[in-house]
Design a protein around this ligand. Sequence first.
Ligand code: NOJ
Length: 717
Amino acid sequence: MSARLTDRVVQLMRAMSVEEKIGQLNMLTAGLVTTGPGDPANYLEALKAGRLGSLFNLFGRKQVRDVQRIAVEETRLGIPLIFGYDIIHGHRTIFPIPLGEAAAFDAALWERTARIAALEGAAEGLNLTFAPMLDVSRDPRWGRIAESAGEDSWLTSLFAKAKVKGFQGDDVKSPLSLAATAKHLAAYGAAMAGRDYAEVEISERALHEVYLPPFEASVKAGVAALMPAFTDMDSIPLTAHVAILRDIVRRQWGFEGVIISDYNAIAELIAHGIAADLTEAATLALKAGVDIDMMGHAYVQGLPKALQSGAVTMDLIDQAVGRVLMLKEQLGLFDDPYRDAAANFDHKARRVEYRDAALDAARRSIVLLTNRNNVLPIRQAPRRVAILGPLANAQAEMLGPWSGAGLIEDMVPFLPGLRAAWPQSEILHTAGVDIEGGDLDGIAAAVDMARRADLTILCLGEQRFMSGEAGSRGRPDLPGHQAELAKAVLDVGKPVIVLLSSGRPLAVTDLIERADAVLATWFLGSEAGHAVADVVTGLWNPSAKLPVSWPVDVGQIPVFYAHRPSGRPKLSDFRYESKYLDLPNEPLFPFGHGLSYTRFTYSGFSASPSELRPGNKVTLDVTVSNEGEVAGEETALFFMRDPVASVSRPVLELKGLAKLTLAPGQSQTVTVVLTTADMMFPGQDFASKLEAGEFLFFVGSSAREETLLKASVRLVR
Ligand code: NOJ
């Protein structure tokens, strides 16, 4: 995005009053959907008075057109509005939550679903989305892990590029594109103890190595906007963080797009305790480089006073206004404020394609966690099957926590999906218990059904708003009386397959250990029921992998694979080693875990050349074989470790992946090429370093080190 102003923008700025300029920096909610605190201000009044530059939470062709018409025809300068909305995992067609979609490890899929979401959003008058969410998330207590691509920085960077490309297309000017907003910069995922909006206490190194790279990737991909996190870094809320927003984002990365505050975040600088009033809050945010005030009313109320007192300069305001107007220019809004081509785009013809994409995304997101005695797939329709649990027919829950404009009635929950797959089977169904609250009265009926059936599919998990924003849970396990239901059904002693719907990994080790098979189904969106049926019946061989470690117990959190080595690693039963007395160190399932109905083996791993110099490439080759009976897809994960460096390096770091589709008995060699740039790290002074010595590379199916193949190279100078 270029910050160079067009002649039109320059002319416009000459004609604008100070109030009109500040108005361009003001973003209000229209309140059609509630995504934050406070009453929707009277946005039409603000608009007519030239005090509104962008609006969010309003969609619908006519609704948006009516407001845009006022902006263009009834305001003094006729400046069109930006219309934003949170399109996090689909607009009308709902795709799996990002954490689920991340499990596909599939950039092409991520781009495709963002593209469809953009097409549907644009058709309803939107031109900006507050997505992708790029917060590396290592704490399943934090509800917003659901919106993220999980625990890994490299994978989240890949996700960032794919999503930006999908939303923005080749050019945001196209009426079929949305400007994307990478959020929430940065380290929001490290909110203390997983409590939303809480303080963040991480090292500067973690900021640079783990949390910032996905945002830098989004900037490189041309993202139009960034949103700072609500939270702080080093006691400075990101909304006022000059060192991060100005020095790193604007200067080092060269980001010239707009920075949009989070909802009311500028005003919240007062509650953070770094501003006494809205004027001080506005001053701090503007100085940090925040261009748009979302619902804080701080710029409109505070900036005139700050300007008068000399706390901010007109030049600073002009810079922000220039960026906002340039976004409007880049969106083509001055020439085509209604973006009519988006409305005329023939969506009806594409409905089937969108549903297919939703089915594909949902199937690719389902992680087969366990499958004892290969109980799955169920290739022969059961004579009588019990489909039990409060998530079995939970149509609304399938929408997940950020459901755009998705409609409950368009969701296919598990029960009808499985019913369609097994038209001849007798299906017994009861919820047994509520998701949360309620009583135990329904358990007896559920047990009776489990007894009478050949097979039980037990659908458990969370309600959709138990994750997402403000959806933190101190105990991420089964809410309500679901654990009692599960125990009673498992005690029947017949085969039980558990479908676990959640916005996060759930610490339900007892359940996972007792069930015959467990599928993590997250919140899968429009096609949830069909996708699950395809996996259960074996029409689709599961290929997804966990993008986040799955804890044994809440006491392990945060548990993630890319940790640094301890000086006293756990090697034995000797007491004085890094471990718990009452829990294992390892998660129940590592990052990358996900079973298939076939078996893949890895062999012949090599890294070459064995000696490299700065600037060289290193080629990693491995042969993957399908040794099972059915075709399947595998994602090979390539990790690196720098065993001796000037700063302690993580035990494993994901550096690449390769996807393969293999017929039974088929083998294929895949290659990932890295360069010495991939072997660099922030040194003691945080400048990027490439240090000579040995580097270890690993490949395999997950981050469980003992299952990985290893090769090494030496970097010489
Ligand atoms: C607050 C959330 O943190 C952010 O992700 C979202 O985009 C805004 N509300 C607008 O809804």
